[in-house]
Design a protein around this ligand. Structure first.
Ligand code: ARG
Length: 470
């Protein structure tokens, strides 16, 4: 029988758990099993968790104070080695937890072997990962606030800049650019709210759940929870080591934010096209074509639009990993990290690029205004005027306005270029006062209802947004 060529006779069993093993893992097994390639990103959290655990073990007299001190010193050394890039991460030691522990034992000897008392990698990794996600949420919240700040600044600048508002991407009614940008400020505000909700729920500490059932040592879970900035220990040890709903909540909030970014990016792609010509993106966020010298491509916006795919993909990936896992820990859970890292990195990058594009873009106010004045964007204003000034029902006014639009269209003129006499042939109650509402500027200025697009509303909304979000 052919010997499994992957099993190296000489490969030793893992030093930290290999007591009952006669032989080491196959090379492919080592590769599929090791997470050190990515979970090294948990190093700072892992050391923080170990410090808190060690201090608690000392305080509870579970380990001798002398050994505890040596452990803390050793952890300091390891933290410095990691920060300075001198730490040697070893695949054979599988993950960050065993890399740190093995190094600790190498540094301080047997005392290092006491750190893992009343602890398992299962509660350790769950704790580390919650800490990591918590930090990621805080970083993304800052980045979202920066983007809101950039949008609010542009909204203030363009509180009265007219543009067509669209439905079905067809010109609908004039709006102000400031109002349009503030719509995204609201969306990103809710994204921050969702991240904040996820943060509040994740802020309970798994440490002390041990492998799954708790421990017979007299640990103090409240102390470790507090030391690590958690609100309290998680109530159930099985739940503590086996659920990753906090990561899924994070990913779904991230996916939603990425999709908002993607919509805004799509608008920048459209607006910067020469068909629209509403904005010009800066050199810093565009690229040229290797063949067509005239091109200025909105690659930054296109990539932000596309990156949503990765973030949504991460949410799907982890959702599928989690579904159907029996309690408690299973190694499947090791697959929780890469999607979360990827989503957090991707979203952070997309936010930074979007922030730069918004701050840098040049707005073609004339082109926006011309578009708002064209395409019969004030047909609703005409209908509203007929209701207000001539006493028509809205439905009747809608019909009259529609007929006037058809007439203007057939003559190839704007609404305010149709003569009064011709309008009166369609509806005799029309007077020359109607011309007061046929321009985009008046139209937008008249929309003063709460949440509406009138420049004075937008200016007030800018002030409110600064208070609410920045
Ligand atoms: N690297 C592992 C993970 O990320 C740590 C926990 C391992 N626990 C175990 N029982 N094998 O999930």
């Amino acid at each position: 029988m052919a010997r499994n060529k992957n099993t190296k006779a000489g490969r030793p069993a893992n030093r930290l758990w290999g007591g009952r093993f006669a032989a080491g893992p196959a090379e492919a097994m080592e590769r599929i099993n090791a997470s050190i390639g990515f979970d090294r990103r948990l190093a700072a959290q892992d050391i923080a968790t170990s410090r808190a655990h060690c201090r608690m073990l000392m305080a509870q007299k579970i380990i001798p104070v002398k050994d505890g001190r040596a452990i803390l010193k050793g952890l300091d050394v390891i933290a410095k080695e990691i920060e300075s890039g001198r730490f040697k991460f070893r695949v054979a030691l599988e993950d960050i937890h065993m890399n740190v522990e093995a190094r600790l034992i190498a540094l301080i000897g047997d005392a290092g072997g006491r750190l893992h008392t009343a602890r398992s990698r299962n509660d350790q990794v769950a704790t580390d990962f919650r800490l990591w996600v918590r930090d990621a949420i805080d970083g993304l919240d800052d980045a979202l606030a920066r983007l809101q700040g950039a949008l609010i600044a542009r909204a203030e600048q363009h509180a009265a800049t007219l543009m067509p508002g669209f439905t079905h991407l067809q010109t609908a009614q004039p709006v102000t650019l400031g109002h349009h940008l503030l719509a995204y400020v609201e969306m990103f505000g809710r994204d921050r709210g969702r991240l904040g909700d996820a943060r509040a729920r994740l802020n309970e500490c798994p440490l002390g759940a041990a492998a799954l059932a708790g421990t017979s040592f007299p640990i103090d879970r409240r102390a470790t929870a507090k030391a690590l900035g958690f609100d309290k220990p998680m109530a159930n040890s099985l739940d503590a080591v086996s659920d990753r709903d906090f990561a899924l909540e994070f990913l779904s909030a991230a996916a939603m934010a990425a999709s908002h970014l993607s919509r805004l990016a799509e608008e920048l792609v459209l607006w910067s096209s020469e068909r629209f010509g509403f904005v010009r993106l800066s050199d810093a966020f565009t690229t040229g074509s290797s063949m067509m010298p005239q091109k200025r491509n909105p690659d930054g916006a296109e990539l932000v639009r596309a990156k949503a795919g990765r973030v949504v993909g991460a949410l799907i990936a982890l959702t599928v990993v989690m579904k159907g896992l029996p309690l408690a820990y299973a190694k499947d859970l090791q697959e929780d990290k890469e999607p979360v890292f990827e989503a957090a990195d991707t979203l952070a990058l997309a936010l930074e690029v979007m922030c730069g594009m918004i701050a840098d873009m040049t707005v073609a106010e004339d082109a926006m205004k011309a578009a708002a004045d064209g395409a019969y964007a004030t047909a609703t204003d005409l209908a509203d005027w007929l209701v207000r000034e001539a006493g028509l029902t809205f439905r009747a006014a809608h019909g009259v306005s529609g007929q006037i639009v058809r007439l203007a269209e057939s003559k190839g003129v704007r609404l305010d270029e149709v003569g009064l006499a011709e309008m009166r042939k369609i509806e005799p109650r029309i007077t020359k006062a109607v011309f007061g509402v046929l321009g985009a500027e008046r139209s937008a200025a008249s929309r003063t209802s709460l949440g509406g697009t009138a420049p004075r509303r937008v200016r007030a909304a800018v002030r409110q947004a600064r208070k609410r979000f920045l």
